[in-house]
Ligand binder design. Structure first.
Ligand SMILES: O=c1ccn([C@@H]2O[C@H](COP(=O)(O)O)[C@@H](O)[C@H]2O)c(=O)[nH]1
Length: 282
């Protein structure tokens, strides 16, 4: 009888190694209808597949992480989700880590069902990590956090998002007097305590939050969307992240994807972003 396959190394360790080897840039795969049109593709499942395959072929050997945005696949129904399933598997086989941006969150029993889609042998969208929303209560995410841990995977929990509307709920004070975003970061610090080189559970902190004064010492990665199309630049990162700069996984989608469909154009855009990041992150 074949023994059961052992889980991969923890996501945190795999991510740290990928960022050290390839640089920290995460490229989002967001097939907006406008981008499909600009690339000369149909706004259907075949267009999605061509778009995604092109991005993966151009960048899988050089970026640390791909972040496909599930919404752009789900909007095409089951055919779109089928494209996403194949894309996630292909991108992982091609050598990049895949962080699926799905922002799941619900009561615990439903979170268990979501976790079954992403983590464990045979999961249809098995990936390296997902995004989760903690605003039904951080502990409601427990089934996904535990299932990810058991599968050598990880999660990025929304703390202080990049959109301006996020400020109202996320800066509101909890009963302890801490901003809600800080309470999420505090939980993540406990989640990752003692992990080396760092833990597998990261926070989402938008690169656009120039005036945040959050304590970011979570012993884990900080996904920083907002570069490019949302106005943040590599030069903003030191102000946003301060001493936590070395934990940052900066993410850009449209600003790179607009340079397609040529693979050379995509590579050049990712390289420009990587050079700008290296200047500030070292
Ligand atoms: O706080 C957040 C969390 C997630 N996102 C997602 O990242 C990309 C950003 O795309 P750009 O084209 O680089 O603006 C998108 O998928 C968002 O849903 C975010 O922007 N902010």
């Amino acid at each position: 009888m074949t023994p059961p396959a052992s889980p991969p190394a923890p996501f945190g360790a795999r991510l740290r190694q990928a960022m050290d080897r390839r640089g920290p840039l995460c490229v989002g795969i967001d097939p907006h209808p406008e981008l499909l049109a600009a690339w000369g593709l149909e706004d259907d499942a075949s267009g999605l597949a061509r778009f995604t395959d092109t991005v993966v072929a151009a960048l899988a050997d050089r970026v640390a992480v791909f972040k496909p945005q599930s919404a752009f696949y789900e909007r095409h129904g089951s055919r779109g989700v089928a494209v996403l399933e194949r894309a996630v598997a292909d991108a992982r086989s091609a050598g990049a880590l895949v962080l699926l941006d799905v922002k799941r969150g619900d009561i615990g029993s439903t979170v268990t069902a979501y976790a079954g889609a992403y983590f464990g042998a045979g999961a249809p969208l098995r990936c390296d990590a997902v995004t989760l929303t903690p605003y039904l209560g951080y502990e409601s995410l427990r089934p996904a956090l535990e299932r990810a841990r058991a599968d050598g995977a990880g999660a990025f929990v929304l703390a202080r998002t990049s959109n301006p509307e996020g400020a109202e709920p996320q800066t509101a004070r909890t009963a302890s007097g801490r901003p809600l975003a800080q309470a999420v970061l505090d939980r993540l610090a406990r989640e990752n305590a003692g992990a080396e080189p760092w833990g597998s559970f990261g926070a989402v902190v938008g690169a656009t939050n120039l005036d945040s004064s959050l304590e970011l010492t979570i012993n884990g990665p900080l996904l920083a969307p907002g570069l490019g199309a949302q106005g943040a630049t590599a030069e903003d990162l030191p102000r946003v992240f301060g001493a936590a700069l070395g934990q940052v996984l900066p993410s850009a989608s449209r600003s790179v994807l607009r340079e397609g469909p040529s693979e050379a154009g995509l590579r050049a855009a990712a390289e420009r972003e990587a050079v700008a990041l290296a200047r500030v992150l070292g």
